[in-house]
Design a protein around this ligand. Structure first.
Ligand SMILES: [Zn+2]
Length: 277
């Protein structure tokens, strides 16, 4: 079973404009061009998933203000009803400034959205801020997973809102059981992740880290070393599609030098065990 734990979709009406802005942000932030690798809508993800031979793509919706979560989550529940046909599942959205965060998390749990996605750069809150700590603690107690963007954001590189030190600081207060740090623990902070975080009891996803279109990607040698130091049972395959072609991502992952047992865990077994897909 192959599960892509980290993908994005954009509403049909705003998709083209949103992608255009994000592509410009990447050029401004990184000094090189990375183009969107598929049609950015839900349908585009569903088609890409099927043609890449992936069994399930999981969408990580980012709420950029307090008014969005309820609307996003309602649409996600409806879409999830058709997951057998679409091969797409949506996690829950929430913003750290939501005063009614307990109510939203209760709904996310009862609607079986399985996890929440947090993006500290787009939500303008540091990961070890009290607002994140309280909502992560509450969500974890409801059995939900927490997937967080970690490290630099390619479009907003000036201030990093989730560093390994912030993860360690948060960990002093709470130890959520299903915490997933995206981008192998922190985009472009891999030396620090390897030193400070590898081996600790949380999860990491592989989203976009092996994409050759990014000159700053994680090299195969360090990737394999990190997987083995951290434990292949705590790494989840992800692409960050549309920012990485899913078929290409599978091929690149296959060529990293991991053995078959490690690949099986990372490609799907870990996500299946963690979320009951
Ligand atoms: Zn992402």
């Amino acid at each position: 079973m192959i599960i892509d734990i980290h993908t994005h979709t954009f509403p049909y009406k705003i998709a083209a404009r949103a992608i255009e802005h994000m592509e410009e942000d990447i050029v401004r932030g990184q000094g090189f061009e990375v183009k969107c690798a598929r049609i950015p809508t839900f349908q585009g993800l569903s088609d890409s998933t099927k043609s890449a031979g992936i069994d399930l793509s999981v969408v990580c919706p980012v709420a950029t203000n307090v008014t969005q979560p309820e609307k996003i989550n309602e649409l996600s529940v409806k879409a999830n009803e058709k997951m057998d046909e679409t091969k797409v599942f949506n996690f829950g959205a929430i913003h750290p400034d939501c005063e009614n965060y307990k109510e939203i998390i209760d709904d996310i749990a009862s609607m079986e959205l399985k996890a929440i996605k947090l993006h500290p750069d787009y939500q303008h809150v540091f990961f070890d801020d009290e607002r994140y700590i309280r909502l992560i603690d509450y969500a974890a107690n409801k059995g939900l997973g927490i997937i967080v963007h970690a490290g630099e954001d390619v479009g907003l590189p000036d201030t990093i809102h989730c560093t390994p030190d912030m993860v360690l600081n948060l960990w002093k207060h709470i130890q959520p059981e299903k915490l997933i740090l995206a981008h192998m623990g922190g985009w472009r902070l891999w030396d620090e992740v390897e030193e400070k975080l590898a081996g600790l009891p949380f999860y990491m996803d592989t989203a976009v880290v092996l994409n050759r279109r990014f000159p700053v990607r994680l090299g195969n040698e360090q990737f394999v070393r990190m997987v083995r130091k951290h434990g292949a049972d705590k790494i989840l395959f992800g692409t960050d599609s549309p920012w990485y072609d899913q078929k290409q991502a599978l091929e690149d992952f296959d060529n990293t030098g991991l053995n078959d047992d490690e690949k099986k865990l990372i490609l799907g077994e870990n996500a299946k065990r963690l979320f009951g897909f």
